[in-house]
Design a protein around this ligand. Structure first.
Ligand code: ADP
Length: 330
């Protein structure tokens, strides 16, 4: 018997590891319940310009363990205009979709919320390496990004130590310091600079000086992007301490590679939940992880959710750092 029920899927904004695992889960669950799956290519622009193809769980399973998105992701600035979203509704109707599942970050949730007002049935699975979707404790891709950053910093540290150089490592994260904080702690950084705890360049230089004074030949500074010009900071450190300093942008290494087990598990859990939300007609929600339970959070609430900085983890880092520095001093 021909399948008649259809849902749409798309991946929007910056890609994150685990998007493919989440897609595979959604498509498998959809097929199991008698749905065909229409994938819109390259994010909201695929929906707007009707660029699509039918996808199967067989195809999706080839990509389960890969980073990126096999249906392509991207940004669509035109989507900010309500005329565009009206056009998108025509495409949605043309394909006779019962629902659309969007995989993306905070911007994509705002876009999804606007689609609800056009009369579409939408669910979002939070996918971003930055962990800045505040209604969920963790977004799909964050854990892999942190692990990749730690591996990169650990690798660079080995050669820095051998040559007695100072290292400045810049992570992604936009306005959210979680990647830098967690990667910094796990790569034993001496100094961490995050937007939630802004520090002056002078303070960073002083802190590096303290490390050198207690015999740390190769201090490590980890910081979130967009705070300081790290090349200038490196030059200042070199001239202040007459010591070589390397400033490295960890960059796209954080976005690449296979998702970690934690990201795959989250992607699978959220994918199942998203498809169940479609079956139960619970539209207009973000699938979120709250205290290790998967829940649905309405778009309006998700958009207004406030960032809760993990101050306990931050204080743990500061206390450990203080203790280690004092120990070296003795
Ligand atoms: P992310 O979802 O990863 O945060 P973006 O912020 O770039 O990535 O958003 C992805 C896309 O979502 C944008 O290109 C745009 O199409 C759509 N979008 C973002 N913000 C809005 C908004 N306020 N209203 C409508 N659509 C939006």
């Amino acid at each position: 018997m021909a399948k008649t029920k259809r849902i749409g899927v798309l991946t929007s904004g910056g890609d994150s590891q685990g998007m493919n695992a989440c897609l595979e889960t959604i498509i498998t669950m959809a097929e199991r319940n008698g749905y065909e799956v229409v994938a819109f290519i390259g994010g909201y622009s695929g929906l707007l310009y009707d660029r699509y193809r039918l996808v199967s769980s067989q195809e999706a399973s080839l990509y389960f363990s890969f980073g990126g998105s096999f249906i392509s992701s991207g940004r669509c600035p035109e989507f900010m205009e309500s005329e565009s979203r009206k056009k998108a509704k025509h495409v949605y109707d043309k394909h006779k979709l019962e629902a659309l599942i969007v995989l993306g970050g905070d911007g994509s949730i705002k876009g999804a919320n606007d689609l609800i007002f056009q009369g579409m049935n939408v669910i979002v699975c939070p996918c971003t390496i930055d962990n800045d979707v505040y209604c969920t404790n963790r977004s799909i891709g964050f854990d892999t990004a942190v692990n990749n950053a730690v591996n990169a910093i650990d690798n660079i540290k080995q050669t820095m130590r051998t040559n007695g150089r100072i290292l400045i490592a810049e992570t992604m994260g936009r306005n959210c310091g979680e990647i830098a904080m967690q990667a910094g702690i796990c790569s034993e950084a001496d100094i961490i600079m995050i937007p939630e705890n802004k520090q002056t360049t002078e303070k960073i230089i002083r802190e590096v000086g303290k490390q050198l004074k207690v015999g740390n030949v190769s201090p490590v500074v980890v910081l979130t992007e967009h705070q300081v010009d790290i090349q200038s900071l490196a030059k200042e450190l070199e001239s202040t301490y007459q010591k070589e300093c390397k400033a490295i942008v960890i960059g796209y290494v954080q976005r690449g590679g296979s998702p970690t087990v934690q990201d795959k598990l989250l992607a699978v859990r959220m994918g199942v939940y998203a498809m169940n939300a479609v079956l139960e007609k619970n539209f207009g929600n973000v699938v979120a992880l709250v205290k290790n339970e998967i829940k649905l959070i309405p778009f309006e609430k998700a958009i207004k959710a406030k960032y809760v900085f993990d101050n306990e983890l931050w204080q743990t880092f500061l206390n450990l750092k203080r203790y280690k520095t004092e120990k070296k001093q003795k």
